[in-house]
Structure formats: structure tokens, C-alpha cells
Design a protein around this ligand. Sequence first.
Ligand SMILES: [Zn+2]
Length: 304
Amino acid sequence: MRWWLSRPDLGRYPVQPAGTGDVTAWFLGTSSVLLSDGHTAVLTDGFVTRPGLARVAFGRIAPDPRVVGAAFEQLGRPPIGAVVCAHSHYDHALDAPVWASLTGADLVGSESTANIGRGLGVPERRLRVVGDGDVLGCGRFELAFVESRHSPGDRYPGEVGAALVPPRRSREWRTGVVYAVFVSHPSGTVLVHASAGFRPGALHGRRADVVYLGVGTLGRQPARYVEEYWAEVVGVTGARRVVPVHWDDFFVSLDRPLRPLPRPADDLDVTMRRLSVLGARDGVEVVLPVAWQPSDPFAHPDQV
Ligand SMILES: [Zn+2]
């Protein structure tokens, strides 16, 4: 295959080691991350249906409750208290209401996310609309929301203005509000930063130990942009570990190994090269997540 149609080789990058801790993390592809302390769990996005490219481009899409149910079983039926949508595009919010219905969890996000929940019958009492600076408790977790920006080139900007009943065209899952989500626990703080955009200064004064850093389309941005993004999200929070997320080809179902997007869409090699340089400069570990594998997000690098 020609280089420009090829995909980066994941084998050349360090990965997050398997393990468990006071908090254990599971990566489910895109920016879907489950964090559990054994008593309570928090899920970001939970996008697992992953409809194929042709359906997304030309057809109508809907969540597949069987796929969500299988993922829930594979994770050992975690005690999910909150499902948080980082924004409302379908690759974040398609399945979130199904997780909420399956587990009794609250569905947390923008008014657009609430409307996606309404379309699938999530009761009003379980819809939590949050704004910039809001904080929610969930077991021993505390969730803090900071309004952020989508990565450059948002294809479906705007709001979901009314209950969205699938199947619908993929473009109807509009952005809503984009959040940086700080998930704090007595053992540490994870920042899930799903989209590679930023609002300058928005995260100043906030701390995180680990950033699950959205890198979708980052390989298409100039080096200067990547440096600014790093400074605004990793630098200001003082994180010592960066776990790049949202680099996988999400038109491929999750029962197959994750693979990066092909080069016309993005270039994970470019992204990883730049992040590795910034990580080496600042003493920050950069490790790719492994799908379905438990890991300790706060493990000291010497322990792993
Ligand atoms: Zn998006």
C-alpha cells in the first residue's frame, strides 16, 4: 500500500501497562474511559456501537443495546454512577443513554446531551446538565467540568435542540458544549480531555495527575498548535502522564484490534513524535492506552 494510504504502526510506541490500583481505568476506544474504585465507576462517552463508515456517511445510525450490554459484561458489570459526555457528537454520545438506562447511572453533559438522553427515554431525574465550573459528586469521585473547545474543523457544530430519537443521520448529533472533565478521587485526578481544542487560560489553576488527551486530527495541525495544546492542557495542570486517546479508527467494530486512522484523515506518527518530544522536555510519560485492559492510571512510572 502506498504510504499516504497506510496507517501508523502501533507497535513502535510505549503502551500503558496492565494493572489495578485504588482506581482502575479501562479504555474502550475513542475517548471512552471507565474509571472505577470498585464501589463506584464513572464512564466517559461509552461509545461502543461504532457504526461503519458507509452507514455514518450515507445512512442512519442508532445505538446497538446488544453491543453496549456485551461491553458492560466484558467490564465485569461495573457500578457506574455517572456517564459523562465530553460533547454530543455521535462518536461520544450515541451510546451514553443506553449505558445510563442499563446501569441506572446519571447521564451528564450539555443540554444537547440531555436531549439525546430524552430521545432514548432516560428519565428527567437522571439527566444532569452541567455548565462551566460545575462540580458533581459520584461516590468517592468528584467530577469538575470546564468548558473547552472542539478540535479545529468541527463538522457538526450547534445544538441538539429537541429529543433526538434514533435512527437519525450522524450529523444530527451536534456538538453542544465541549467539556474538559476532571475526575478526582482521594488517590488522584484524571483529566479526560476528549477533543483536541482548548480555550486559552481555561484550565489555569487546575491540577491533574494524568491526562487522557484527545489527539483526533492533531496530526493534521501545525507543530505550533500542538505545542499550545500541550501547554494549555498538560503544562498548566502539571500532569506527569499523558495517555493519548481518540486516535483509533472508530468505523471498525471493537471486537477487532484498534488501529489508527489512515493517513489522509490523521497521522498518529506525527502526533506521537511531537508529543514524545514535549514529554521528554517536560518529564511527562506518554503512553498509548490498550483497549479492554485494566490499568492503574496513577501507578508511579518506577512501579510499572
Ligand atoms: Zn467531536
